[in-house]
Design a protein around this ligand. Structure first.
Ligand code: SF4
Length: 302
């Protein structure tokens, strides 16, 4: 529950507020753009109160997703039912309830006739477990890497699900049932692709030849309006990440779903166009310079 004794000084007057326990994960700004601002420390504040039902619904999604539960309403304490899972496109739901242990990473539920996929892990919360039950539970928990494990063990236990992780990050999930070493088939139409860089054991999951789940390696930069990587959080190897971006550049990808950063329906042609340039641009610009141009748009067509 948000703390009324720690409200951010810049909140717009009204029932909604953000408290100062915010860790600046950006999740609220993904769900409620235009309603949540960012101060010079990266923390969120309420830039305006909602005007419409759509605004209010967006704020409830931000509030329920927030890993520190820093977004509150002085008049309505409990969120309405059914805030999450939230269907982003037919068959793919955002799970919300982002976990503080994953620094607020997004997670997803992919509905499939052969059995549902949970990609990375949300908090294990009662409001979500019953909703996932109704959607058919989980057959596979797919972990992109060590930072997004969160409550995966509890989710897997609830559904007797298989848990997948790469061997180089597997110490973070000792309960995993399937340790991958290379590109492998998880289920029909579901492939795990090693993309080291952020961590050594980072993988992407390519699903049904149209969706790419990218963990902390590739995301839609909603400020720059382009695919992007995170230079400051590339812990293992910048060069390996550039090679990894090359390795996925020719995949058929309609949507990108990251753990950190914004999801986006990019379209197959636009994905190919941007990805053909991403790895070479990373090698040319370098990790330090990339981080210094964090808010400067990259001109993909120049
Ligand atoms: S989701 Fe919560 S912790 Fe993350 S930026 Fe928003 S208010 Fe801060």
């Amino acid at each position: 529950m948000a703390r009324r004794d720690q409200v951010h000084a810049d909140n717009a007057d009204g029932p909604w507020f953000v408290d100062t326990r915010c860790i600046g994960c950006d999740v609220a700004r993904h769900w409620a753009p235009g309603l949540i601002g960012m101060d010079d420390k990266g923390r969120s504040f309420l830039s305006r109160q909602p005007h419409t039902e759509a605004d209010t619904a967006a704020l409830w999604r931000a509030a329920v997703a927030c890993p520190t539960q820093s977004i509150g309403n002085r008049e309505v304490v409990r969120p309405p039912a059914g805030v999450f899972p939230y269907e982003l496109t037919v068959g793919v739901h955002a799970l919300g309830y982002n976990a503080p242990s994953s620094f607020g990473g997004h997670s997803y539920l992919v509905l499939r006739p052969a059995g549902n996929l949970m990609v990375d892990s949300p908090r294990y919360a009662r409001g979500l477990t019953e909703a996932v039950d109704r959607l058919g539970g989980v057959k596979h928990v797919l972990l992109s890497h060590r930072d997004e494990v969160a409550d995966a063990a509890r989710w897997a236990s609830r559904y007797h699900a298989r848990v997948w992780i790469h061997q180089d990050d597997a110490d973070a999930a000792p309960f995993a049932t399937d340790i991958t070493r290379s590109e492998e088939v998880v289920d029909t139409g579901v492939v795990t692709i090693p993309i080291p860089g952020h961590t050594k054991g980072h993988v992407a999951y390519h699903v049904d030849n149209r969706w790419l789940f990218t963990g902390d390696s590739l995301f839609w930069n909603h400020r720059r309006q382009e695919l992007d990587i995170t230079p400051k959080q590339t812990w293992y190897s910048w060069g390996a990440l550039a090679d990894s971006m090359d390795s996925i550049a020719e995949l058929n990808v309609e949507w990108v779903f990251p753990a950190h950063g914004k999801w986006h329906q990019i379209g197959v042609d636009h994905f190919s166009h941007q990805m053909a340039r991403l790895g070479p641009a990373m090698r040319e610009i370098g990790q330090r310079q990339w981080s210094q141009r964090a808010h400067t748009p990259f001109i993909w067509d120049e």
